[in-house]
Structure formats: structure tokens, C-alpha cells
Write a protein that binds this ligand. Structure first.
Ligand SMILES: Nc1ncnc2c1ncn2[C@@H]1O[C@H](COP(=O)(O)OP(=O)(O)OP(=O)(O)O)[C@@H](O)[C@H]1O
Ligand SMILES: [Mg+2]
Length: 462
């Protein structure tokens, strides 16, 4: 049994959440999701359970359970052979059959063991990480955003895997397909109240309950504000009239006003979206051919102001193609002369050096631009300016990359799996941003609940 009692985490003198309680055993086969915005403390919470984060208050107890943990961010040694890595995880040589079994479960060909990690796609690497976890034969699985980078077939595989897992799972994900189809209980970190709210049901139940909660909060707030206004008006009109001046009624009304003020400040309406990035380019000119090549026997054409989606399974070369397009545009002097500016949001948000966020923005000359300050606010990065890049959450790193992209004001935008790590609210904003600007957008995404809302002009299936 895993028992968490009154778990509370403060970071940099700020409370992320307080008094979280959880009891989880493998027999009950619970499939629980942990939701919350980027930076709300999901990864810190699970790291407290696995022992990687010690700066918490509360008690964590694990008895008779084997807990395995799938980290949100992970690096392999690029030069190492996959087979060598997996064999290193075995206790005895004769257990090699376990690797074979796991490769079969993961639907990976044994040839992959002869490749180095540098030859694998991000999706294939994720499967190897899952294999590593399965070798530990866990009874409880903690998965921190496992499906980032996975193609649709692998996400479908993951869905079945979670459903059929003979133990309990605590899952952090922003992927609505998994939330809809695998989950029966939800905890959500509430940034405003610092509590973790429990919803006993699936994703749709959570969304409906949440919407009801917001509506009823808004209704309560309106009612209280009406009462407040009435009392204020009454006091203004009557407070100094001799008839009331010395009566206890005035005192009672003032007390009531104080009470209402407290009740009003206690209502914290759950914010729907806090990432609003929008820019509108009014030029409607489309169809000018900007780029053309044959890739894997397919004709690839990129046209001005069109939105193009590149699809295809893990390892087929989508990132390679995006990089090719990027290189071509940045080296094509004619296009540059015509004022084209291309930027890419890469699949992995990595930084060459570690330093504080404000220093990073300064060294990239971003703080010289007025627009950056606006974006810092919109992308909820202000509170992180004095934090080190290496300590930021996955979603926070992605937001910085998004800031760099938007601040440089490109008219050709390449996005490589942009929703990985972004919370649901930011995903909605990103969809709005793409749909509302008429720039040339070329994107790769496996996220069904992202691309089904994007108005594609063109799709390339590799
Ligand atoms: N070691 C650390 N030192 C300082 N701040 C940290 C450290 N680890 C995490 N933080 C901060 O604590 C907050 C919570 O981080 P955490 O990684 O738990 O977020 P998260 O909810 O998992 O976000 P995401 O959805 O982006 O993965 C973030 O604002 C992050 O920058
Ligand atoms: Mg996280």
C-alpha cells in the first residue's frame, strides 16, 4: 500500500499545494490521473513519492508494493547500443528471454537492440524506457507524461497497456485521449486554493463538474456583489442621517459588509485559460509556392499562408523533413530578400547552457524588445525570471521556447509536436493562435485532440 498523508510542497517560498492525501494499493487496480497546469507541481508530487524530491512536508509510506516511475524528462547515452542498455538492467544473463518478451509486448522488432540511441526516434526511445520499467515488474506505476512524442499507433498501444495493466497507475498526462479512455479517478492541483481537488469519475465527468463549479462560483459571486452594493448604497444614503446615526443598525450593516468582503475574496474562480497568445496577420494571399521537394517518393509542397500538417509513424523522418525545410528557407537568399523569416519550435526544449531565465532572455537580446514583456506575462513566466532553466518544469521550458518563437515574429513557423508538455489550457490557446493568424505554418503532431481543431489547408502523410 502506498499512503500519502498531508503532503505539502513549498518552493522558493511559495506553496505549490498543501495537505494532499492518497491511499493506493495494486489490488484495487485504480487508474488515477493527476492534472494541473504547467508548473503546478505534478512532477514534484510524484518525485516526492519516488524519493527524488525531498523538500516536502508530510508522510509517505510504501509497504509491499513495487513502484516504478516513468520520468517526464530522460536522457540516454547516444552512443550506447539499445541491447547493451537493456542487458545491463538484467540481474542474470539467462534472463535475456525477459527482454525478448518485453520487445514483443512493446511491438518492437529485435533489430532495435543493434541500434544506438542516436539512431532512434523520440517515440522509440519512449518505448525503451517503458521496457525498462516493465523489467522491474511493478505493482504500481507512476507515469509522468509518457505519451509525449508517441505516434497515434503507439498512443493506442499505450491506451490498451494502461487499461490492461494488472496493478494501479498514477498518470500525469495532458493527452485527452488517455484521460478519456483509461482513467476513472482524477486529482487536480488547484493553483488558486493550493488544494488538490478530487473527482471520482472519468475525464468527461471532470470537465462537466469543473464547468458546473465555475458557473456556480460565478453565480455566488454575482449574488454577493449585489448584496454588497445594496449595503454600500444604503450606508451612503443613511449612515449620517440622525435617525440612524447612533443606532446599532448601522454597525450591524457595516459588520455584514465586512463579512461579505471576506466571502467575496474567498471565492477563487477557476481560471479557464491563462495563456492567450494571439496575433493576426491580415494578408490573405495564399497559394504562392514557397518550397518543393520529393521526400520518400512524396511531393512536398509548402504554400504561402497555408497550414500544413505532416503525419506519419515514429521514426519515419518527420523531424528530419522539418529540419530540411528549415535549412532550405534559412539558406534561400531570394526568400530572405522577400522578407520571409522562419522559426522552428523543436520537439525537445533544450538549452545550451544553464543560467537564470532573465539572464537567458537578456543574452538572447529578448529583453530589448517591448513585446517580450507582454509575452512573459501572457505565458505566465514572470514568476520564473529568477529561476534556473534546469529547474523549470517541462511545460515551462516549452513556454520559453514558444516565447522565443513568437517574439522573433516569423512569418513561416515550423512546429515539431508543439503540444508535448503543454497543459490543456495552453493547448487551447495554441490552437486559437494557429487558427487566427494567416502565417505559413507547418507542423508535426500526433495529438489527435490538437490537430482535429486545427484548420489544415494541406496534409502530408509520410
Ligand atoms: N529543483 C527546483 N528548484 C526550484 N524550482 C523548482 C525545482 N523543481 C521544480 N521547480 C518549480 O516548481 C514548480 C513545479 O514544478 P513541476 O515540475 O512539479 O511542475 P509540473 O506541474 O510537473 O509542470 P509541467 O506540466 O510543466 O510538467 C515549477 O514552477 C518549477 O519551476
Ligand atoms: Mg511535470
Amino acid at each position: 500500500m502506498l499512503t500519502v498523508k498531508n503532503l505539502t510542497i513549498h518552493i522558493n517560498e511559495q506553496t505549490l499545494f498543501k495537505d494532499f492525501n492518497l491511499s493506493l494499493d495494486s489490488k484495487s487496480k485504480k487508474k488515477i490521473a493527476l492534472l494541473g497546469k504547467n508548473g503546478s507541481g505534478k512532477s514534484c508530487l510524484v518525485k516526492s513519492i519516488t524519493g527524488e524530491f525531498e523538500n516536502f512536508r508530510g508522510q509517505i509510506n510504501i509497504q509491499n508494493e513495487n513502484i516504478s516511475y516513468f520520468k517526464q524528462e530522460y536522457n540516454f547515452n547516444n552512443h550506447q547500443l539499445v541491447g547493451e542498455y537493456l542487458e545491463g538492467l538484467l540481474e542474470y544473463d539467462y534472463e535475456y528471454y525477459k527482454i525478448e518478451q518485453i520487445l514483443e509486448t512493446l511491438k518492437l522488432n529485435e533489430e532495435i537492440t543493434l541500434k544506438t540511441f542516436s539512431e532512434l526516434s523520440e517515440g522509440q526511445k519512449i518505448k525503451i524506457r517503458l521496457g525498462e520499467i516493465l523489467l522491474q515488474e511493478p505493482s504500481i506505476l507512476i507515469l509522468d507524461e509518457p505519451t509525449n512524442h508517441l505516434d497515434q499507433k503507439s498512443i493506442d498501444f499505450f491506451e490498451t497497456f494502461i487499461q490492461e495493466f494488472q496493478g494501479s497507475i498514477l498518470l500525469i498526462t495532458h493527452n485527452t485521449q488517455l484521460l478519456r479512455n483509461c482513467i476513472n479517478k482524477i486529482y487536480e492541483i488547484n493553483n488558486q486554493t493550493k488544494s488538490i481537488d478530487f473527482y471520482d469519475g472519468n475525464f468527461d465527468h471532470w470537465w462537466t463538474q469543473r464547468t458546473h463549479r465555475i458557473q456556480s462560483q460565478k453565480k455566488d459571486l454575482k449574488q454577493l456583489q449585489k448584496q454588497k452594493k445594496e449595503i454600500q448604497n444604503w450606508l451612503k444614503a443613511n449612515e449620517l442621517i440622525p435617525k440612524y446615526r447612533f443606532s446599532s443598525y448601522v454597525g450591524a450593516q457595516k459588520k455584514q459588509l465586512e463579512k461579505l468582503n471576506i466571502e467575496i475574496s474567498n471565492i477563487q474562480i477557476i481560471k479557464d485559460t491563462d495563456l492567450k497568445i494571439s496575433s493576426r496577420d491580415n494578408s490573405k494571399e495564399k497559394s504562392k509556392l514557397l518550397y518543393q521537394e520529393i521526400f520518400k517518393e512524396q511531393k512536398i509542397q509548402i504554400r504561402k499562408n497555408q497550414t500544413t500538417q505532416i503525419k506519419g509513424p515514429n521514426g519515419i523522418g518527420k523531424t528530419y523533413l522539418l529540419n530540411q525545410i528549415f535549412k532550405e528557407f534559412t539558406s534561400n537568399k531570394d526568400l530572405l530578400k522577400e522578407g520571409y523569416k522562419i522559426e522552428i519550435l523543436e520537439q525537445i526544449s533544450s538549452f545550451k547552457k544553464d543560467c537564470k531565465l532573465d539572464k537567458y532572455l537578456e543574452s538572447n537580446h529578448l529583453l530589448e524588445k517591448q513585446k517580450t514583456y507582454q509575452l512573459i506575462d501572457q505565458l505566465d513566466l514572470k514568476r520564473l525570471l529568477k529561476n534556473k532553466l534546469s529547474e523549470l518544469s517541462g511545460g515551462e521550458k516549452k513556454r520559453i521556447k514558444l516565447l522565443e518563437l513568437i517574439a522573433s515574429n516569423p512569418n513561416i513557423i515550423l512546429l515539431d509536436e508543439p503540444t508535448n508538455h503543454l497543459d490543456i489550457y495552453s493547448q487551447i490557446s495554441l490552437i486559437e493562435w494557429i487558427n487566427n493568424n494567416n502565417k505559413t505554418v507547418i507542423y508535426v503532431s500526433h495529438d489527435k485532440n490538437f490537430y482535429k481543431y486545427i484548420q489544415n489547408d494541406h496534409e502530408i502523410d509520410l
